[in-house]
Every structure is written in C-alpha cells, then in structure tokens.
Design a protein. Structure first.
Length: 660
C-alpha cells in the first residue's frame, strides 16, 4: 500500500515534468484501513478523491464515514491514532422515553436485532407496536407505542418517539407539542405539531436519527409516494363499472415540477446514470396520472446544466414526455468543476418561476403548483446558503402581501422534497429547506442505487391497477415466472385440446374477463371445454373458459382459389372466462386502441379519438412491434411482422363502449 510520490530535490524537476505540476500532493493510503470493513476511492489518490468506508449490513463506519483528499495531499478528517477506524454495530434510539408503561428489557443501549416489548400500566391502553426490533438502518420496526387513557382531550396523546423528548402535555385544539432529540441524535420531521380542529395532529410524527440512520427504499416510496400523489390529483375517484377502473379528476391548475441532481464530486461518477434512470422512472410514473406537468430538470455542481427548460413548455411547441426522456438519456456530464453551488439551483428555479408568472399573468400563476425535487448530500461550498432564496420562492408562491391566514392556505402550492443521498450528509443545512403540507419531505438514503426501484413503487398499484399497459421496464429480480408476470402482466398461456392433442398459444388480457389471442389457435369443432387459460393471479392458475369467439371474417382457406393456401387476415379471437381474474401489478390488461383506457394510458387529456391515438402510436409507416413467445422456462420478446386487425370488432364483441 501507500504509493505516494516521493521526490527527492534532485529528482524534483523530473518529477514535475512527469506529473505535470501535481507532483507533491497525492494522498497516501497509510493508516486508512478500517477494521471489519473496506473502503473505495472515487479518484484513486488524487486530490478531490473521496474515500468512502463500507461496512457490512448492521454496522457503520466509525469515527468517520468518509475522508477527502485535500490539495496539499492530506486527508480531511485525518486518521486519529487512539480512535482507529472500525465498523461499529448499529444502534437504535432509546425507547425508554415511553410514558405510562414499561419497556423490556431495560438497557442503556440497544443494538441491531435487539428486541423490545412494551406494556402499559393498568388503566392505560396501548396504540402502536407492542414489540419492536432494532433494524439495520438504525430504526425500530413498527410504530411508536403510546400508552394513554381517556382524558377528554381533543387530540389523542401523540406519544414520544424513541430518543426524543416532548414538551407540551395539553392536547386541546390549537395546543402545540414540541420535540427535541437526546444526546447525539437529530430530529427529522416537524419540530412542532398542532392539535387541529378535526382532532388530528398537524404534520407527521418526527423521528430521531443518528448519522448512521437511513430511510429504507420501502419507507421512501410509501412516504414520498403518498405525498406526491396528493400533489398530482384530488383523489376523487368515480367507480367505473366497466373494468373496476378508477377515473381521476385532475385539479384545475398547472403543475410545475423542478428536479435538480447534484453531480459534484461529492457524489460518485457512476451515480449520474443511476440518477438519470431514476428521474426517467419518476417521470413515467407521474405520467400514469391524468395530469400533465411541466418540467425543469437541472444537474449541478458549481455550474448548472439545464437539461430541460420549463419555459419550453409555455411556448407553442409542446414538449412531449418522450422528448424529455430522450434528452435525459443523451445528457453527458462533461468536465466537471469542483465545488457545489446549491443556491444557484434555487436561484435558477426562482428566475424561471418569475418568467412564468410574467408570461401567464398573476391570476393564472395563482393556480400553479410547484414541486421541487432535489438530490444532493448538501455539501455546498459556493454561493452561500440557499435559505434566503427559498424564502423568496415562498414569498412568491404564498403571495406574501396578503394576510397570514391566507398565506397559510397557500402552503399546498409549494412542495420542496429533498433526497439527501450520501455517506456524509449535511442534514443541518438541508432540513430547513424542505417545505410542504402533509407527509414527509426529507429523505435520507445511503446510495442513489435504490432510487429507481423506489420511484417504481411510489404509485400505489392498487389505485392504478385498472390502468392498461402499465408494466415494469427494468430487470426484475426473482423467479423467471414472477419477473415475466411483472414485465408482461397481460400475458396468458392458452392450451387447446383437439382430438387428444394439445396446442399452445399465447394471449393477452384485455379486461378482467377477456383474453385476446389468434383465431388459428382453434380448430373447427373445438368447444369451450377444450380450452384452458393459465394466468397466475393468486386465485388459481388455471381459468375455466365460458366461450371463445374467432373473428367472423377469419377464413384460413378464404383465398385458396386465388392461389393463397393459408390466409391470415382477421386472425384474432376472444376468449371469455367463467370468472374474472384478479387484477394486480402482475396481472393487468394490455391496451386496446380506440378505448378510453388507452386514451388515459397515453395521457391524452379527456376523450381522444381513434385518429389522435393513431397519430401518437403509429407515427411512422413502419412501426417496430414485438410479440411474446414461450420457451420454457422463459417468456421471450420477439420481433415479427404483423397486420392491423379489426379493433372495432374486438371492442364491440366485448360490449365495450368506446370513443371512436
Ligand atoms: C492542508 O490543507 C488543509 C486545508 O486546506 C489544512 O487544514 C491542513 O493543515 C494542511 N495540511 C498540511 C500538512 O499542510
Ligand atoms: C443486543 O445486541 C448486542 C449486539 O449485537 C448483543 O451483544 C446483545 O446481547 C443484544 N442484547 C439482547 C438482550 O439481545
Ligand atoms: C366506490 O367504491 C368504494 C369502494 O370500492 C365504495 O366504498 C363506494 O361506496 C363506491 N362509490 C360509489 C359511488 O359507488
Ligand atoms: C379553470 O381554469 C380556467 C382558466 O385556466 C378558468 O377559466 C376556469 O374558470 C377554471 N375552472 C374552475 C372550475 O376553477
Ligand atoms: C414579498 O416578497 C418579495 C420577495 O421577497 C419582496 O420583494 C416584497 O417586498 C415582499 N412584500 C411584502 C409586502 O412583504
């Protein structure tokens, strides 16, 4: 180890020549090792390189998480002789803060996998988890246990989260409770909660974090998902009887989404690609709602790279979702400057907002909602604190000239979410920047890697399960069967018995009762009992068939006298099932053109015509299409040639109303 460049004064000139002036000051690996773990370097031993310590799950690097190679060849956070770098077992915050009850076992400290149980004193009843386990991310499983008794207060006892202290014991309307964290913990979430008129506490319960506490991907997708969903829709759902489909009514107003990704040296090089993929996933997810947001997307270090300019959305030329995705995919980070200017991001967003306001006018601008989504570790070293700029942004959105009461009511028009990502996060600088009503807005993650999956889960599958064509696009881990179902959730396997021989076909679910397949799968004389459809929906794989209907114009020998032996026009058939299949994220219908479902899936606002859908879907004379084939044990995608079939017939045979 330790390949420092040592230059004697004699060799110095030569050395200078070879190393272009950087000679004297690479860092060394001396004393850098970590007991029980290892480390990675972002730029070997060059200046600006970040050394990141890694420990096995359930452990964290101590005393420091990272070290930075400085200009003069010394490490920031120099190793200390008496506290050698090692992997320490993860600790969870102290649960013995619970009132009116007992925690067992009583311990000074609680470590990963330690189990605690909770019991209330007699006369008190428990809400929350009676048993909690200390998890590898430094949090307790379940929810805060609270012992309380009927007190006649307007709000229920809000309890005390592990590691915290609470000031305030009166739970009447407009009363507040304040939280702080003990010892070396810090608070994430609201410092204060107010008992509201509806008997609920404002905001979400805060939590006490250690520097080694992280949010899991699942927590983030649930919390961020429910929050962003609120921004995306009023969740007024009508019950559509046709396919159990939820129809959303979007708010009258415009949604502007501003995304910024920190690509300064404090976040690793390879992460930029992952961040791009995550943003693309997010944009696709958002587009499964009927709202059509405008996007501003920037990457930043000391400079700002504006990948998508929101002002383009206000020009005549409407920016399409695919265009955004292509621009994002093509974006390459060139020579990066060192330094991070977080304030520049907010200043740019503020400028864009000011221009939008000028363009659309004050009254229209009032109807605009703004959602900021930032990915950074918060280690800015240029441009100063963004707090004053954020205050200006709030003024602009809240319309500060009006009275306090009204400013309050406009808080829902601005959300600032921060995904704090990294091994060394500057929570104190970042947390004051988040804003917005309701759910959690500050997320703490170790790596950007999980982000794409996190975003893929943010939209409640239950809620959009009626939406046709929605599927997972990335490689899914798990058995090939499960992976295939998630990737092609409309897929059905069909077996037809004819005179003792069985024939296999693949079909697509078009609604919970109907499967679309080829007419040539059937032979004259087949009866419904000959046909079996397999779809694993958790209700039994094999589905009984009520009826099958080949297209009336399908005639394989229809052109025999013209010399065409096998004629495959109208080669479609519908299979009607006895019982409907259970729709879920892995069992979902494919989109049929000229239907409202497809209109929604294409984000065509309101009712669209066949023509509009065709223009979007079949832009070119030749379209690349694919079909599925089953070769045990996998499902494969293949490229065929295909002719368009009688869409109207499909729709009318299923007695579907559709807009033509
Ligand atoms: C190297 O630079 C840092 C700050 O730039 C300074 O704190 C440190 O004392 C310097 N170390 C040496 C050995 O000169
Ligand atoms: C708690 O965890 C620590 C560290 O793993 C372990 O040494 C200790 O025995 C555990 N205590 C209990 C009560 O399980
Ligand atoms: C819609 O469905 C929900 C749950 O399925 C049900 O509670 C509600 O009453 C339904 N509303 C109407 C208008 O049918
Ligand atoms: C929706 O916004 C338009 C202008 O964008 C306005 O004319 C209309 O009155 C609004 N509708 C409602 C229900 O607020
Ligand atoms: C509102 O905020 C803007 C921007 O910070 C500021 O210029 C203006 O003076 C403020 N107006 C009032 C009445 O506070």
């Amino acid at each position: 180890m330790g390949f420092a460049v040592h230059c004697s004064w004699l060799a110095a000139l030569l050395c200078l020549h070879f190393f272009g002036g950087q000679v004297c000051c690479d860092c060394t690996e001396e004393n850098m090792e970590i007991e029980g773990g290892h480390y990675t370097l972002t730029k070997q031993l060059q200046k600006g390189s970040l050394l990141i310590y890694q420990c096995p799950e359930g452990y964290y690097p101590y005393p420091v998480m990272t070290r930075l190679c400085q200009h003069n060849g010394s490490w920031r956070m120099a190793p200390r002789r008496f506290t050698p770098q090692r992997c320490r077992v993860v600790e969870c915050p102290d649960p013995n803060v619970m009132e009116y009850g007992e925690v067992s076992p009583p311990q000074d400290k609680y470590f990963v996998n330690n189990v605690t149980t909770y019991e209330c004193y007699s006369g008190y009843t428990m809400r929350g988890s009676a048993r909690r386990v200390c998890l590898p991310n430094g949090k307790w499983s379940g929810s805060t246990p609270i012992c309380s008794r009927e007190s006649g207060h307007d709000c229920a006892d809000p309890g005390i989260p592990a590691g915290a202290s609470r000031a305030g014991n009166i739970f009447g309307i407009d009363e507040t409770v304040k939280y702080s964290c003990n010892s070396n913990l810090f608070l994430v979430g609201p410092i204060e909660r107010v008992c509201l008129e509806n008997g609920q506490w404002s905001g979400k319960e805060p939590a006490c974090y250690y520097k080694h506490t992280y949010d899991t991907s699942l927590e983030v997708s649930q919390a961020f998902g429910s929050s962003i969903r609120e921004s995306l829709t009023t969740l007024e759902s009508l019950n559509d009887t046709q396919a159990g489909k939820t129809i959303r009514i979007s708010k009258n107003g415009t949604l502007n989404i501003y995304i910024a990704v920190d690509i300064s040296e404090s976040i690793e090089e390879a992460d930029v690609k992952k961040a791009k993929d995550a943003i693309i996933t997010l944009i696709k997810k958002i587009s499964s709602f009927t709202v059509d947001p405008n996007y501003e997307i920037v990457f930043f270090s000391s400079d700002l790279y504006e990948v998508v300019n929101i002002l383009d959305f206000f020009d005549e030329k409407k920016v399409e979702r695919n265009t955004i995705i292509n621009i994002l995919n093509d974006f390459q980070v060139g020579q990066k400057n060192t330094g991070t200017d977080l304030n520049l991001v907010f200043k740019t967003f503020l400028e864009r907002m000011a221009i939008i306001k000028l363009q659309v006018g004050k009254e229209q601008f009032k109807e605009h909602r703004h959602v900021f989504i930032l990915f950074t570790d918060g280690a800015y070293n240029m441009g100063g604190s963004p707090e004053p700029t954020v205050a200006q942004i709030k003024n602009m959105v809240y319309m500060n000239h009006t009275v306090e009461q009204e400013a309050q009511s406009r808080e829902e028009y601005l959300d600032i979410y921060i995904f704090a990502i990294g091994n060394e996060i500057f929570d104190d600088d970042l947390q004051p920047l988040v804003t917005g009503l309701g759910g959690k807005h500050y997320f703490r993650m170790k790596e950007i890697t999980e982000l794409q999956e996190t975003f893929d889960q943010i939209i409640d599958e239950e809620e959009v399960k009626g939406l046709c064509g929605l599927h997972k696009e990335y490689e899914i881990v798990g058995s090939p069967q499960v992976a295939a179902r998630k990737k092609y959730p409309w897929w059905a396997f069909i077996t037809i018995q004819t005179e003792g021989r069985s024939k296999n076909c693949i079909g697509s679910l078009v609604n919970p009762y109907f499967v679309l397949t080829a007419a040539h799968c059937f032979t004259f004389g087949n009866v419904p009992e000959d046909v079996k459809v397999e779809i694993e929906d958790g209700q039994g794989r094999v589905k009984k068939v009520k009826n099958f209907i080949p297209h009336p114009k399908y005639k394989i020998n229809g052109k025999e006298n013209e010399g065409v032996l096998e004629f495959y026009d109208y080669d479609v058939a519908l299979i009607q099932l006895e019982e409907y299949v259970q729709i879920s994220s892995s069992v979902r219908p494919i989109c049929i053109p000229c239907t409202q479902e497809t209109s929604d899936a294409l984000q065509l606002v309101g009712v669209s015509t066949c023509k509009q859908q065709e223009e979007l879907l079949l832009k070119n004379d030749l379209e690349r299409v694919s079909f599925l084939t089953k070769r045990e044990p996998r499902l494969m995608k293949k490229m065929p040639t295909l002719s368009l079939v009688g869409i109207e017939w499909i729709a009318s045979s299923m007695h579907w109303r559709h807009q033509a």
